[in-house]
Design a protein around this ligand. Structure first.
Ligand code: SF4
Ligand code: SF4
Ligand code: SF4
Length: 239
C-alpha cells in the first residue's frame, strides 16, 4: 500500500512537471541573481534544504518529478551504479553553479528582492509550444543518462538539487536533530539480499544497516527495502 501511494504521488508530480519545471530550474536562480532577485527555484532549493534536516532525501522518492522518470528507467536498466564516482560529477556541477549564482548576486550589488514566480507565467512554466523544447530536453537528459548508467544514474551524476538535500541531512545529523531513518533489527535478518536488490540508490542495505540504522545520505527513504523484507527486519524510525 505504501509503495502504491508513493508511486501515485510521483506520477502526479511528473504529470505536473510542465507547470513546475521552472521551479526546479538551475537557470532561473542565475537569471534572478543577475538582477539581485531571489527566484522561486532558489526558494524551493532552500525549502528542500530545511525539510532535509528532518526528512533527509525523502523528497527524492516521494515528491520529485524525476523520481517517477527514474523508476520507469529502472525497468530498462536496473544495474547497480558506482555512486562514489558519479557523485564527483554532481558536486563539480553544483560547485560551478553555486559559485556562478553567488558571483551574479555580488555583481548585482547584493539581494534586492524576492520573486517566487520569476520566469513563469502566473506560476506556469511551460506556457508556449517553444518552451516544450526545454521540457523535453530535461526529460530526455534524465532518461538517457538513467538508461545508460543504471539505477538513478542521472540523480547521482547531474542533479543540482540533491546537494541541498544532502546538506540539510548532514547538518541535521551534526546537530543531533531527530531525523527520519531506516533502522534494522539484525536478529531478524537472514541475509537474503532482497533489500539490496530492491534499493534504487544502489545501497548495500543489509551491510549499511548492520549497526542498527542506515546513515548514508544516499538513502531516499523510498521504503522499498522495508516493504520487501519478508522478515520485517527493517522499518522507518525517528532517530
Ligand atoms: S536526486 Fe535530484 S532529480 Fe533525483 S529525485 Fe532527488 S531531487 Fe529529484
Ligand atoms: S531483506 Fe530483510 S532479511 Fe533480507 S537481507 Fe534485507 S534486512 Fe535481511
Ligand atoms: S535503503 Fe531502503 S529506503 Fe533507502 S533508498 Fe534504499 S531501498 Fe529506499
Amino acid at each position: 500500500m505504501r509503495q502504491k501511494i508513493r508511486k501515485a504521488l510521483v506520477i502526479i508530480s511528473l504529470l505536473l512537471f510542465p507547470i513546475t519545471l521552472n521551479f526546479f530550474s538551475p537557470y532561473v536562480p542565475i537569471d534572478g541573481a543577475m538582477n539581485g532577485i531571489i527566484a522561486g527555484s532558489l526558494l524551493l532549493f532552500m525549502f528542500m534544504f530545511v525539510t532535509a534536516i528532518f526528512f533527509g532525501r525523502a523528497w527524492c522518492s516521494w515528491v520529485c518529478p524525476m523520481a517517477c522518470l527514474s523508476e520507469m528507467c529502472q525497468g530498462i536498466n536496473n544495474k547497480k551504479v558506482n555512486v562514489k564516482r558519479l557523485k564527483i560529477i554532481r558536486y563539480f556541477i553544483f560547485a560551478v553553479w553555486a559559485g556562478f549564482v553567488i558571483a551574479m548576486f555580488i555583481l548585482a550589488g547584493g539581494i534586492k528582492g524576492v520573486d517566487p514566480l520569476r520566469l513563469t507565467s502566473h506560476g506556469i512554466s511551460v506556457d508556449s509550444p517553444a518552451k516544450f523544447i526545454i521540457y523535453y530536453f530535461v526529460l530526455a537528459l534524465f532518461f538517457i543518462i538513467s538508461i545508460t548508467v543504471g539505477k538513478r544514474g542521472a540523480c547521482h551524476s547531474i542533479c543540482w538539487m540533491s546537494p541541498f538535500l544532502v546538506g540539510g541531512f548532514t547538518i541535521g545529523k551534526w546537530l543531533n536533530i531527530p531525523q527520519l531513518r531506516i533502522t534494522s533489527d539484525k536478529s531478524l535478518c537472514v541475509e537474503c539480499g532482497a533489500c539490496n536488490k530492491k534499493c534504487p540508490m544502489s545501497i548495500n542495505v543489509s551491510l549499511s544497516s548492520k549497526d542498527g540504522s542506515i546513515e548514508t545520505s544516499d538513502c531516499i527513504f523510498c521504503g522499498e527495502c522495508v516493504d520487501h523484507c519478508k522478515k520485517k527486519a527493517l522499518r522507518y524510525s525517528i532517530r
